[in-house]
Design a protein around this ligand. Structure first.
Ligand SMILES: [Zn+2]
Ligand SMILES: [Zn+2]
Length: 339
């Protein structure tokens, strides 16, 4: 019940599902996958968004015909590529890098920044499936939203052992004994009861930051969870001295996991230097993780980066195919059936 109490902490201005009745909203929001009882999963509904039950945002006349517009006192939104990509910038101090922004801005302002973006994306534009990416550029950081691409979502059903909720869940089902989800946790960077940091569980050079509570969208996080998720990332990057390449939060069909999962990608050289600080035990864990990860089944879809660039930096650890599947000779197949 600690989770439920925690979930009752009201948010400043959460954004989601505003056009539903209070009852529907309460019953359809984030789910906590509890322990199995007699073959049934105990599912606790969490109350994350009591005060997000509000009217939809009215369309702003003429807004969509302009490439850029202020969507709040602090965020400017640009339609970079119609029906494919949006970009958001912090207007109050646009030249700051992301880590500097988090470190030098008040908690309320950081929360309001992310709420303004999710309001725009999920409520105003009604987008549920998107790739949310933070990147630093020469002129400060930006948040990019990619959408309208063919993505198929997670393979497993939501209440199969969630690796974010069930610490004993096997990360490599089919490769028994496999590894337990808790083995990859980096307690030194985690911030309980809000956010847990893990090594990337697919053995790639990066980290995963998950809220302790099972939520599936950033807009479902309460204020403390939202703030913790981003500050944990920045603290970890600062402590290890690693610059980030990108911070990714996939939503809807762009996900490979149901549990909200912030992926922190860093470059190979930085990660190699970070690995030199590990003790023997963690090194062994990493080697074991790599062995399992390289043998896990791929999603039956060609990797977006491989398709676009002919190259993907995750190499053999990528979740997607780095080759085109062979085309089945349908004429032969049909003639076999008819004979
Ligand atoms: Zn979960
Ligand atoms: Zn790939």
């Amino acid at each position: 019940m600690a989770f439920l109490n925690h979930a009752l902490v009201p948010s400043a201005s959460p954004a989601c599902f505003s056009d539903r009745s209070p009852t529907t909203a309460l019953c359809s929001l984030s789910k906590l996958s509890g322990p199995s009882t007699g073959g049934h999963k105990l599912v606790i509904l969490s109350v994350t968004s009591l005060d997000c039950v509000r009217r939809p945002v009215p369309p702003r006349a003429g807004f969509l015909s302009k490439p850029s517009a202020l969507i709040s006192e602090r965020v400017i939104c640009t339609d970079v590529n119609a029906r494919k990509k949006l970009e958001f910038k912090y207007t109050k101090d646009p030249s700051k890098g992301f880590c500097e922004f988090i470190e030098s801005t008040s908690k309320e302002e950081v929360i309001a920044f992310f709420r303004d973006i999710t309001n725009e994306v999920e409520r105003f534009r009604q987008l549920q499936d998107f790739h949310f990416r933070v990147r630093d550029n020469d002129d400060g950081f930006r948040v990019e939203i990619f959408y309208n691409e063919d993505r198929r979502g997670p393979d497993v059903s939501p209440f199969d052992d969630c690796i974010g909720c069930s610490l004993d869940a096997n990360l490599f089902v089919g490769q028994e004994p496999g590894m337990k989800s808790k083995e990859c946790i980096l307690e030194e960077f985690s911030d309980r009861p809000y956010a847990i940091v893990r090594l990337d569980v697919k053995g790639r050079e990066g980290f995963s930051v998950m809220p302790v509570r099972h939520v599936e969208r950033m807009s479902e996080l309460d204020d403390d969870e939202l703030y913790s998720m981003w500050t944990v990332v920045v603290r970890m990057l600062r402590q290890t001295g690693m610059p980030f390449i990108s911070l990714i939060l996939n939503h809807g069909s762009y996900r490979t996991l149901y549990h909200l999962n912030l992926k922190v990608w860093v470059d190979s050289d930085s990660y190699a230097r970070y690995r030199l600080t590990w003790n023997k035990e963690r090194m062994e864990l990493w080697n074991r993780l790599q062995k399992y990860a390289v043998n896990r089944p791929k999603k039956q879809q060609v990797c977006f980066f491989f398709k676009r660039d002919g190259f993907c930096r995750h190499g053999e650890f990528c979740s997607y195919l780095h080759s085109y599947p062979k085309i089945i000779n349908r004429v032969t197949s049909y003639s076999n059936f008819s004979s």
